[in-house]
Each structure stands twice: as C-alpha cells, then as structure tokens.
Ligand binder design. Sequence first.
Ligand code: NAD
Length: 296
Amino acid sequence: MENIAFIGLGNMGGPMAVNLLSKGFQVSAFDLSADALAKLASAGGRAATNAADAVKEASVVISMLPAGKHVAGLYLGDEGLFAKLARGALVIDCSTIDAGTARKVAEAAQMQGIAMLDAPVSGGTAGAAAGTLTFIVGGAAQDLARARPMLEAMGKNIFHAGGPGAGQTAKICNNMLLGILMAGTAEALALGVKNGLDPKVLSEIISKSSGRNWATELYNPWPGVMENAPASRGYAGGFMSELMLKDLGLAEETAMQSHAANPLGALARNLYEEHVQQGNGKLDFSSIVRHFHHLD
Ligand code: NAD
C-alpha cells in the first residue's frame, strides 16, 4: 500500500486525509495551521514538522492548497518537494489552480522522473467529509490507474478529463457555472421574499421546477432553509467567497487566453469582487445572497 504525504489540511484537505486514514492508508501530513495538524493527529495520522519532513517516507504526495502560487511554491525550486522526492513518486494535486501552472508543475515533475496528476474536486466540504467527492483528473492514464485506490477512498466519481492541466480546465468551467448559478439563485430568492414569499416554500417550488440546480437542491443560500447548509450556520466553513472569486478570475483568464466569450462569468466575478471587498471573503460563497437582500 502506498505511503501518503498530505499537504494542506483546510476545510477540504482535513476531511480528505481523515478518509484516507480510515481506509487504512498511512498518512504523514503538514499544514501551516497547528490546529489542523492536531486534528489529523487525533485521527491517527503523523503530524510532520514541515512539508519536507512529511514526504520523507512517502511514495505518493497529495496536496490541497488554496491557489497556484502555493502549489508552485510547494513543489518547485531548490527547496521544493520535487528536489526531495525519489524518482517514481506520484504527486496528486487536488487544489483548484490555473491550468498553466498545473502544466508547468507537471513538466517540472516529469524532468525529475516524478508522475503528476492535476485532480481538482467537486462536492464541497460535505462531499469531502462523506468521501463522495468528484475528482476531475488531468494527466497520463497509467498514473490515474495508480492513483485510483486513493481517489476512491476520498470520492465516488472519477473522471479523466485529458492530459496535464485538463482537470483544471474542466473544473474551472464547472465552477464558473456554479458561481453564476449561486448568484442567480440568490437573486431569485430575494425577489420572491421581497414580494411576500416564504424562502422555504419558494425553494421547495424551484427545486421541483425548471429552475432547480445544486444550490436549491443541496446548498441553499437562504438562512434556515436547509439545516446543514453553511447559510444556516452564519456562512462559516464551506467554500469561501475569496476562493470562488479566485475561480471566477481563472475562468476569465482562460476565456481571454482562448478568445472565448464569458459575459455571465464576468458578471458573477464582479459580484464576488464587490462582495469580497465588503469584507465577506472568509464567508461561504452562498453569502452572496446578502448582496441582494439585507439579512441580520
Ligand atoms: P482552506 O483555506 O480551508 O485550506 C487550505 C489549507 O492550506 C489551509 O489549512 C492552509 O493553512 C494550508 N496551507 C496554505 N499554504 C500552505 C503551505 N505552504 N504548506 C502547508 N499548508 C498550507 O481551503 P479549502 O476550502 O480547503 O480549499 C482548498 C482548495 O480546494 C482550493 O483550491 C479550493 O478552491 C478548492 N476547493 C474547495 C472546495 C470547498 O468547498 N471548500 C470545493 C472544491 C474545491
């Protein structure tokens, strides 16, 4: 069985690493947060003192970091992990980052004889905790075959999108649509409430009608409509607005580079830009409903 180093134990990485432990994998982990490391240790993992210490005995490295600069910083350069890993190691980066950085890091891995997959995920923190994530993978088929038992310990659906970077491109298309749908759902609910409707009743109607989507089915942005959604716990945890803003920015960059039109994605990015500037960056992205309706 592979010996895994897991780097980045945040809202997503923490529960993903715990699922690997519960399926019998050995996990050494590192995060900048001492609290996150302590949680992992209490679930049976080894808390490493830094990333290099975490990979000492590892045949596989999995990373779950905020953005491209963190991923490039972790792996590249004289102090990066590619300089420390043995040839034949497998690296699986599950962070959502730009496809260009994913390809650059994959090329650097190849030069060192290290296999690399970009494997961003969908399914939110609930999917991470339940082990039901969707993995969207870019890289070589034989490397995906090697990664599969570990991905299956953390997720349910595994897609091979194409070569290096293809997982990130597919993930960015998905998240652009998610940002648009969340903002649209918030706007529709606010319109109904302003006109006297109960948000719970309206949500039930939409979720059984043609406007239904992931937000109305599983992640309602209105407080109190869904007990388990971040909206019902003050928008804590979940998927931070600043990360959604990052993803909408990546979609816009991708559209510009490929001369594709993304007017709705750009509109959603502007909404999230304002929302983050108003101090909501750390709140779950469904808090965009506050842009449309004043909630206490
Ligand atoms: P998060 O901010 O909760 O976690 C990131 C973790 O990385 C933090 O614990 C931080 O301390 C750690 N970290 C940062 N730099 C580090 C370094 N150099 N070494 C070690 N640890 C470091 O973010 P998250 O919500 O877990 O998201 C992680 C990634 O997954 C992002 O790219 C995000 O876009 C993506 N994602 C998130 C969700 C979600 O619902 N939260 C869903 C799908 C994808």
